[in-house]
Design a protein around this ligand. Sequence first.
Ligand code: ZN
Length: 281
Amino acid sequence: MGIALILFFIFGTIIGSFLNVLIFRLPQEESINGRSYCRSCNHKLDIGDLVPVFSFLVLKGRCRYCQERVSWQYVVVEVITGLLFAMAYYMVFKSFVDLPFALSGLAGMGWLQIVIFLRTIFIISVLVVVFTIDLKHFLILDRVLYPATAILFLLNLLVDLIPNPSWSGLSLTVMGLLSGLGVFLFFGSIYYFSKGRWLGFGDVKFSWFLGLAVPFPLIFVNIFSAFMVGAVVGTILLIMKTRKLTSKIAFGTFLSITCVATIFFGDQILNWYLHLIGIST
Ligand SMILES: [Zn+2]
């Protein structure tokens, strides 16, 4: 178990370094093909400069060629993706803890487990990209959202097509679509009535991905938590006077971060919310 966790952490950092390329290049409409290069001196990077986390530590966070400081984003995204992949492995393949709905009842089921694991790390990767780009640019890109939503729909369908005694028919596919539609209508009306001041149209389009990722009832945990975290962070920023009341906050960052939390701890958070309003189980 320990070795596997380390291996999936390393695998996560490798995927994370690819996600960094997407995060830097997609908003600039750069091609995602082509060798990596230093963003200050444009020197092409060698394989030795590209080892996730390790290169950053060995080169003390500086470019080997121009000595310019390299963005912290590289190493943070790599480490976070590594940790989330290791957690996903732990949750899907070992049922030490109560598995959330999307992962439940899977211990020892071979193919189904593998597809669920791939689906989970796919969702995590997309959320890392959406979070970071939205944080930096206040944007959720169609170029990320459209393919990601289509692929997630197909992964849900694939999960449903593998025989599984713990749910029947097309439940993940159908529940995912209905949940996406629900959030789409909800966000769409907020967007319409607030004239785009409370959330952006990117968030409205993001609703389909979230619904497919954490279908009912967990989608409530995702959306409600995002509003809570958003309100708390917004208030703190306002008190610290780093923001004006009118300035916008990237809501997609809160939706992404709470979606990750929902994937791992959705059932526990849902029970906690139900307990708070007195419908405890
Ligand atoms: Zn350089």
